[in-house]
Each structure stands twice: as C-alpha cells, then as structure tokens.
Write a protein that binds this ligand. Sequence first.
Ligand code: ZN
Length: 207
Amino acid sequence: MIRETLPVGLLQCNCTILGDETSREAIVVDPGDDIPAIQAILHNHGLTVKHIIITHAHIDHIAGALHLKRLTGAPILYNLNDLPLVKMMDVQASWLRMPTPEVSPPDAPLTDGQTVSISGLSGTILHTPGHTQGSVCLYLPQQLLLLAGDTLFAGSVGRTDLPGGDTRQLIDSIQTQILTLPDDVVVIPGHGPNTTIGEERETNPFL
Ligand SMILES: [Zn+2]
C-alpha cells in the first residue's frame, strides 16, 4: 500500500493519501487545504483518486475537498449528521479569521459499517460521534490502520466544546468503536503524531 500523510493548512490537519500499488487507485482523507501539495503526491505515485473521505466537517478537514473533487472527478463522502456544520461554514471561517471556502453536500453519505474500497484496498467506516455528530473513522483491517479524524489523538481526545460536541458520547464512541480494535493497529489522528490502539489504551489520560 502507498500511504502518505501530510499536515495541511493553518491548523495542520493530517491529510492522508492511501493508494494501491497495482491498480494505482487512491483514497484521499481530509484534504483540508494545500491541494497543490496533495496533487503533487498523487502525481508522483501516478495515483487516480476514487474517493474523497471527510472524517468530519470542520473547516480544517473539509475546506479543500470541493477543489480536489473538481480536479479529480472523485466523489466527496461524509456522514450526513455533519451537514449542519457545512451549512455554517461562514461561522467556522470566522473562528479562524479566514475566507469562507466553497463546500458542498456529500456526493454519497458515509454510514457506520459501510465498506469503502478501491481496487486492492478496502476499509470500513466507523461512526464515532462526539467531537461532531457526523465524525467517522476509517479502519483498514488488512493494514492494521485507523484514520481517526479528531476523535482520538496521541495522548488526547477530540475537543467537544464546539457545536455538535458531546464529551460522554465521544468517550463512549472511543470505548465501543475504537478500543475494541487490536492493540497493534496504528492510529493516524486528525492532527499530530501517529500512535497505536495499545499505546492509547495504556496511557491516554482521558480514557
Ligand atoms: Zn475537528
């Protein structure tokens, strides 16, 4: 598997590109900004984007999605529970004092247990509400890899003080959907360094 993570934008959201070495198809997760840098990686590996997955509709994760869709033709996928956040993109932009990006409803919704595949690579969507109501993780069981969005970080958990946030729900999502995964699963959070399920189970003070 081809796997590249690059922090993008003001808040350094981790955008991850997952590609299959044989089919050269790819999934891009959270293209929040810096689309030229994402495109350069896709080009270097000769990858064709098939799905654009948004872990949740905070501006730093979704702002570049429509731009990437226009360049690649790939559909944008996210959970419908985050539509209210998409509709208040101007408010989100004002939090960061940045211009309001053009955003769109999803081309297809992401729901719990759904499979997202490209030729040679397959993942499962885990609905993990709490940071936002539409937060999802992408789990690749073959690769022992979890893209956790802003639900779980190395040594921390997602903030719940923004609209749609709910601390009890967040902890419940992590306990039931994430900590049930094997210890050696590598976690790529929405921001900051990677970790593993085992490391967080042992040391995360919020859990
Ligand atoms: Zn967020």
